[in-house]
Design a protein around this ligand. Structure first.
Ligand SMILES: Cc1ncc(C[n+]2csc(CCOP(=O)(O)OP(=O)(O)O)c2C)c(N)n1
Ligand SMILES: [Mg+2]
Length: 723
């Protein structure tokens, strides 16, 4: 049956439409279909034909109401795992849903990579979901911001050859709405509140739906929500339309959503619909609710089950008689049975496909074609790393209208009138890396975020999903952790988990590292190996101005997410300055630089240890005649194994040095691979030089002792030479 929707302009039209018998029958059909798909999945799980089941039972009325008030393939959707009925009503088929349970190759959500009920459909604009409750909220906000950006900057829609834009089809509508839903339990997560903050502040067309079934697995609502009612807690956010409704009644729900959607569509701001629903089945098939809910409570809930309630209404009002109900249900039962049978016969994914879509299949940032030479210009002045990063950001903002920059303090001045009146010069980052960019490119493109790191990365993912290029800043590596969930479970994973149908090629610039004399624990940390241990994200760590410029350009044009580590100590160092290399200078990822050639020892390093390694190598040459080859890896994931292997085969002695702690550090992996693949070429054990296994202290004599110094490297070189 064709999807029933209403383009209703007035309340009376809406009231009339929502009592239309065909409409009511279609609502019942969708609700019943959703329940029957759940029931069939439960049976298949019990027969061990599928491997997981979580149902949408009890939430059907609310979600059918929501779907019918929205436009699939026009609006955008970030649904929760309970949203089976929403997805069916948007146009997902039962077979597509069963393919998820089977984990079939043809599963359109993930190709067998995700559990069932993790919805995704590029056609319908359903964005791939993770299992992490609440990460979807900030992404939905970013998605809405991108829509608004495209409306204001139509020049950004144009495709361009030679960078990520070549592979991104941008679609937007000036009045689109972004739907995002979550359970009442998930509203306890900080990211929910961070998303309300930005949606409210920026008056974004985000429709939040809280599906309140009063339980988060076994934890009742009063434990999660002070006072037991989320509507009361959120009521003071400005610019919102709020509705608290009986989500077991589809018509009430539909009408509430029509009003909420209208509010969002006309640009008034976000809306939040809080629907009270029930959970007639346990949390999932792995849960037994009788362990924590008495029979009396379950019985009371069953009286509110939307399905029998709505069936009663159809019968009572004579919209369908018993025979009509039976006919409709039989049709649906048969449709569901056949869909499940087809899904069970569907071929399974190939083992050989496992690594597909970890990274972009379209654009390879390691390609030697990326490499260009610095362009000669009249300006021969040597520039710092800070200068050349700023130049690259500025050049790329000019070149790519889809690029935006945001983060803490990155704007010149959020109160633009001060800038315009020339009253202030502007800040442009705590390290001034983004100085002057808001002034030149405007506050739509360079702006401050709230002080919330998950907000920065989560929104950036939403932007990038829509085909934009957010280049965001984490002010200090030490404060990257609030964004960790978004980085690890979302940013790096979106492409793989959606089987290549969604991606988020964001650049996250992060100021990292110590040697600051007084930086102390919370301004000096490293920790890059945590991210090189995360598939899906590229990790870059330059040691000098020119590399920073060329690698940042590759990062920005890249189709993969990139973590771009900028060492604070190197920002304005005399070491490694270079003249401006032009607006197209780029360096491919995965290509190390031999910064000193030698025949006796290979010293592999990166970042701020590069100048220290060179110092040590020069001393070893001067005092002992030892020739050390120093390799600057420049990118840590991918890394240049060929350069390492070639050098180790030549020298047969190798040191891996880094500023981060020794144990479980980046060097451990390189050392293990050398031991494994180059054992026959070695004349000595593989040696590592790194920080002590502790944090970085404030007092400079402690900091010096904790972090690897040129003396430590010199000692390692001379010891290894004697071996
Ligand atoms: C960040 C995170 N923590 C824990 C879990 C495990 N978990 C899955 S569902 C769930 C309860 C969610 O409750 P609620 O948000 O009320 O949704 P409901 O299941 O009731 O629809 C928990 C704790 C998770 N998926 N993600
Ligand atoms: Mg719940």
């Amino acid at each position: 049956m064709a999807r029933v929707t209403a383009e209703v302009d007035s309340k009376s039209e809406l009231a009339e439409f929502s009592q239309n018998p065909d409409f009511l029958i279609e609502i019942y059909r969708l609700m019943y279909l959703s329940r029957r798909v759940d029931d069939r999945e439960i049976m298949l799980k019990r027969q061990q034909k599928i491997f997981f089941q979580v149902s949408g039972a009890g939430h059907e009325a609310l979600l059918v109401g929501a779907a019918l008030a929205l436009k699939p393939g026009y609006d955008w959707f970030y649904p929760y795992y309970r949203d089976r009925a929403l997805c069916l009503a948007l146009g997902n088929t039962p077979e597509e849903q069963f393919l998820q349970g089977v984990g079939a190759a043809a599963d359109p959500s993930s190709g067998g990579r995700q559990m069932p009920s993790h919805w995704s459909s590029p056609l319908l604009h359903i964005v791939s979901q993770s299992s992490s409750t609440t990460t979807q909220c900030l992404q939905a906000v970013g998605c809405a911001e991108a829509g608004r950006y495209f409306a204001r900057h139509p020049e950004a829609l144009a495709k361009a050859e030679g960078d990520y834009r070549q592979f991104k089809n941008v679609e937007f509508h000036g009045d689109e709405v972004v739907y995002v839903s979550l359970g009442e339990g998930a509203t306890s997560q900080g990211e929910f509140w961070e998303s309300l903050n930005t949606a409210s502040n920026a008056k974004l067309p985000v429709l939040f739906v809280v599906e309140d079934n009063e339980y988060a697995i076994s934890v009742p609502v009063e434990v999660n929500t002070p006072g037991g009612n989320i509507s009361r807690l959120v009521a003071n956010f400005p610019n919102f339309h709020f509705a608290e409704i009986d989500g077991t009644d589809p018509v009430t729900s539909y009408e509430a959503f029509q009003a909420a959607v209208a509010w969002c569509r006309s640009g008034n701001g976000p809306a939040l619909v809080h629907g009270h629903v029930v959970r007639p089945y346990s949390h999932s098939l792995s849960d037994d609710d009788k362990l924590y809910r008495p029979a009396s409570e379950l019985e009371a809930d069953s009286l509110r089950d939307p399905l029998p309630k709505f069936q009663m209404r159809l019968l009572r009002e004579g919209i369908l008689d018993e025979a009509g109900i039976t006919r409709l249900e039989k049709q649906v039962d048969e449709e569901v049975r056949l869909a499940a049978e087809r899904a069970l016969r569907s071929p399974l994914p190939e083992i050989s496909s496992i690594c597909k879509h970890v990274y972009s299949e379209d654009l390879d940032p390691t390609s030697p074609n990326i490499e260009t030479k610095p362009a000669l210009s009249a300006d021969k002045q040597d520039r710092t790393m800070a200068d050349l990063i700023n130049c690259c950001l500025s050049d790329e903002l000019r070149r790519d209208p889809r690029m935006v920059i945001f983060g803490e303090d990155v704007a010149d001045c959020s109160r633009e009138k001060y800038l315009e009146a020339g009253k202030v010069k502007g800040k442009g980052g705590v390290f001034k890396l983004t100085a002057g960019l808001q002034a030149e490119f405007g506050a739509d493109r360079v702006f401050n975020s709230p002080l919330a790191e998950a907000n920065i990365v989560g929104r950036a993912i939403g932007y990038a999903t829509r085909g934009m290029k957010p280049v965001v800043e984490i002010q200090f590596f030490d404060y990257i952790w609030p964004a960790m969930h978004q980085l690890r479970n979302e940013l790096s994973l979106l492409r793989w988990r959606s089987n290549g149908t969604y991606s988020s090629p964001v650049v996250v610039r992060v100021a990292i590292g110590g040697y600051l004399t007084g930086g102390s624990i919370y301004h000096s940390q490293c920790g890059e190996s945590i991210f090189t241990h995360t598939p899906g994200v590229r990790v870059v760590y330059p040691s000098n101005s020119l590399d920073a410029n060329g690698l940042l350009r590759t990062a920005i044009r890249c189709d993969d997410p990139v973590l771009f580590f900028e060492h604070k100590r190197l920002y304005r160092e005399t070491f490694g300055r270079a003249p401006y290399p032009g607006a197209d200078f780029a360096i491919p990822f995965g290509k190390a630089k031999i910064v000193r050639t030698g025949t006796d020892i290979t010293l592999i390093t990166y970042g701020a240890v590069v100048p220290r390694a060179l110092q040590a190598a020069q001393k070893a040459h001067r005092e002992q005649g030892i020739e050390t080859e120093v390799i600057d890896l420049r990118t840590l994931s991918p890394y240049d194994w060929d350069a390492i292997a070639t050098s180790v085969r030549k020298t047969s002695r190798v040191i891996i040095a880094h500023e981060d702690m020794l144990s479980w550090g980046y060097g451990a992996e390189i050392a293990a691979r050398i031991a494994d693949e180059l054992f026959d070429d070695l004349d000595a054990p593989v040696k590592r030089v790194a920080a002590m296994d502790t944090f970085v202290a404030y007092q400079p004599i402690l900091e010096d002792a904790i972090l690897p110094q040129p003396e430590d490297l010199y000692r390692a070189i001379t010891q290894l030479a004697e071996y």
